[in-house]
Write a protein that binds this ligand. Structure first.
Ligand SMILES: [Fe+2]
Ligand SMILES: [Fe+2]
Length: 137
């Protein structure tokens, strides 16, 4: 079932929220494509978009964190680096072995990869974005 954006996911910054919505859309697209696991080319195309947009988003988020003096910025950057590595591993696995019977595993991994990060690690930024909102327009 598709992931639906909820207000509870907001970090009180429109740029980051827009990015997260777009990442969720890409994830929903991959999940839909995984229903046809033999069609690997479109899955890899969406993964390529997900990788590009993830790098852009992480960079944007890291810059904003510095601007609002987010105290966990350095640790958060390391988490982002680890998430990029995880995404690279998933993409490499699909390239090497296709999807075959692993579509459910890949969906679960992606959900864990994106949703856990947005909900657990990004959400604490909200207090800082709220405080500095007038500087970030
Ligand atoms: Fe994020
Ligand atoms: Fe993040």
């Amino acid at each position: 079932m598709a992931i639906v954006w909820r207000d509870s996911m907001s970090v009180a910054n429109s740029k980051v929220d827009t990015d997260h919505k777009r990442l969720i859309n890409l994830l929903n697209t991959v999940e839909k494509q995984l229903e046809n696991p033999e069609e690997v080319a479109p899955i890899l195309k969406t993964f390529a978009q997900l990788k590009i947009y993830t790098l852009e988003h992480f960079q944007r988020e890291e810059i904003l964190q510095l601007r609002v003096r987010y105290p966990k910025a350095a640790a958060h950057k390391r988490i982002h680096q680890s998430l990029v590595k995880q995404l690279d591993d998933i993409i490499a696995s699909v390239k090497a072995k296709g999807v075959a019977a692993k579509a459910d595993d890949i969906s679960a991994l992606l959900r864990h990869w994106l949703i856990d990060h947005v909900l657990q690690e990004d959400l604490p930024m909200k207090a800082y974005f709220s405080k500095y909102s007038t500087d970030l327009s």
